[in-house]
Design a protein around this ligand. Structure first.
Ligand code: C2O
Ligand code: CU
Length: 501
């Protein structure tokens, strides 16, 4: 086919669509145009850059949910924290059943979704560093599933390798040692070829790790520590959730903790907001009110060394960013909207009176980021899209469970150079290795912005970009996946495996 160049904003979206064949290529090409438009503005640091990751939607009419929901008409819930079923010594045992359920997402409509424990999103697991969590997952979904703890340093047998699916009606115990620092992690399905549909369907929840170092900081906690899972979704006129692989264009209802553009009452005081982008393909570039300055305190792998003052923060799928917002800077009665650069209003914070004095704070020093051991190995990872065969590739290949793509000696440190070889279609990607938390060394040759200078497990690699990361591979051996976390891509094969020996 005629692969038209989309290397600048001069090429219109229409041209690109016309040049592409039907199906995936058309969708991807449309996205490429959106990405290419964003690329011009992408010279700014990631935290301040406009959305480049989400292939755009622009002026032309797309079908939306016929039952339009007025923004800010439903309250955002906070997912319930799951209680352990039992506790013995240093181990807490939890049980979660994956099943279909009908839940109210759009007001007055019940939508069938896939759930952990009947909840959308799933229940939050809240654990402490040094205490083991055993999570017994039962599969009542009628199709194979496998749970992955995203960001977890997990033995291979419990990591949720994409082929380790649990058959319908069966259960499996996953053991999470939690020998890692405090962080906002999340768990989600990873059944190969089905992960995109399963996560989109609702199989995702928060997993929060606390530790003593964090406790001593007096960050906002308890009712003032709010996890917010953001994602997009497409509903049909009956309020059914519609899934089509690579369909970023029609997923234009934004959900926060499972509700469309909700409001959330807050007191005029500090809050810790933990955001995860649980979308399959959409990148969020968020700002609060009229570009209110907030303190970013954490990224994927926990607290930054010091708070970073930001007016905008950007998250590709799978990434987490935590901010502390001081709502006392707004007048009581203010309604403060959180806005995405592309999707518009995401949710609204309604500021009320604060009943109790705010004793929380944001210290100038938050954590010590572990030093990087010297690297002894190097690897190149090329992320690409092949428009001729409609394939998403890592180093030119699709995932093959029988092929080991990287064999790594346990405990060694390596530098991986990630490149998004955009070619003629500027498709955005990102990158997530299991087992390890890494550090970003540089992005396009420049040091990472403060927002991504901390501990990370997922990183954006926009069209034409090169990102270098450094990680120490261990402490466990076995096979682990690494992949693009735009999970419609990984579902279509944009994944590989490493074997730690
Ligand atoms: Cu959240 Cu293998 O991914
Ligand atoms: Cu990708």
């Amino acid at each position: 086919m005629d692969t038209q160049r989309v290397d600048g904003s001069m090429v219109s979206r229409r041209n690109v669509i016309v040049s592409a064949t039907a199906g995936v290529a058309a969708l991807v090409a449309a996205g490429a145009a959106g990405a290419a438009r964003g690329k011009d503005a992408d010279a700014a640091p990631p935290a301040a850059a406009p959305a480049t990751g989400h292939p755009g939607h622009t002026g032309h009419a797309v079908p939306v949910a016929a039952r339009a929901v007025a923004p800010f008409s439903v309250r955002m819930p906070v997912p319930k924290v799951l209680k352990p079923q039992s506790t013995k010594g240093d181990t807490d045992v939890y049980a979660i059943t994956a099943k279909k359920a009908k839940v109210e997402i759009l007001p007055g409509t019940r939508t069938e979704v896939l759930t952990y424990a009947g909840m959308f999103p799933g229940p939050t697991l809240r654990v402490r560093t040094g205490r083991t969590a055993v999570v017994k997952h039962t599969n009542d979904l009628g199709m194979g599933t496998v749970a992955h703890l995203h960001g977890g340093v997990t033995p291979a047998g419990s990591d949720g390798f994409p082929m380790d699916t649990v058959a319908p009606g069966k259960s499996r115990e996953y053991t999470y040692p939690n020998q890692q620092r405090a962080a906002t992690l999340w768990y989600h399905d990873h059944a190969h070829h089905m992960e995109a549909e399963h996560v989109y369907g609702g199989l995702a929840g928060f997993y929060l790790i606390d530790d003593p170092a964090q406790d001593s900081l007096r960050l906002p906690s308890g009712d003032y520590d709010i996890p917010i899972m953001l994602r997009d979704a497409r509903f049909d006129e009956k309020g059914r959730l519609v899934f089509q692989l690579h369909d970023f264009e029609h997923r234009n209802t934004i959900l926060a903790n499972g509700k469309p553009q909700p409001y959330f009452p807050v007191a005029a005081r500090r809050y810790r907001l933990r955001f995860v982008n649980a979308s399959n393909l959409r990148t969020f570039t968020l700002r609060l009110g009229k570009d209110t300055q907030v303190a970013q305190i954490a990224s994927d792998g926990g607290l930054l060394a010091a708070p970073a003052a930001v007016r905008s923060w950007r998250m590709t799928p799978g990434e987490r960013i935590e901010v502390v917002v001081d709502f006392s800077r707004f007048k009581v009665g203010s309604k403060v909207v959180l806005t995405d650069a592309e999707a518009g209003p995401v949710m609204r914070f309604d500021v009320g009176r604060s009943a109790t004095p705010d004793t929380s704070r944001v210290p100038d020093r938050l954590s010590t980021i572990p030093a990087l051991p010297a690297a002894t190995g190097k690897r190149k990872i090329v992320l690409s899209f092949d428009p001729v065969r409609n394939r998403f590739l890592i180093n030119g290949k699709q995932f093959d469970q029988k092929r080991v793509d990287a064999e790594i000696k346990r405990g060694t440190t390596e530098i991986w150079t990630l490149t998004n070889d955009a070619g003629n279609f500027a498709v955005p990607h990102n990158f997530h290795p299991h087992l390890v938390q890494f550090r970003v060394l540089d992005r396009n040759g420049r040091p990472p912005a403060p927002a991504e200078a901390g501990v990370k497990d997922t990183v954006a690699v926009g069209p034409g970009e090169t990102v270098r990361l450094q990680a120490t591979f261990g402490p466990y051996t076995g096979r682990y996946a690494y992949h693009c976390h735009m999970i419609d891509h990984s579902s279509s094969g944009m994944m590989a495996q490493m074997k730690i020996v």
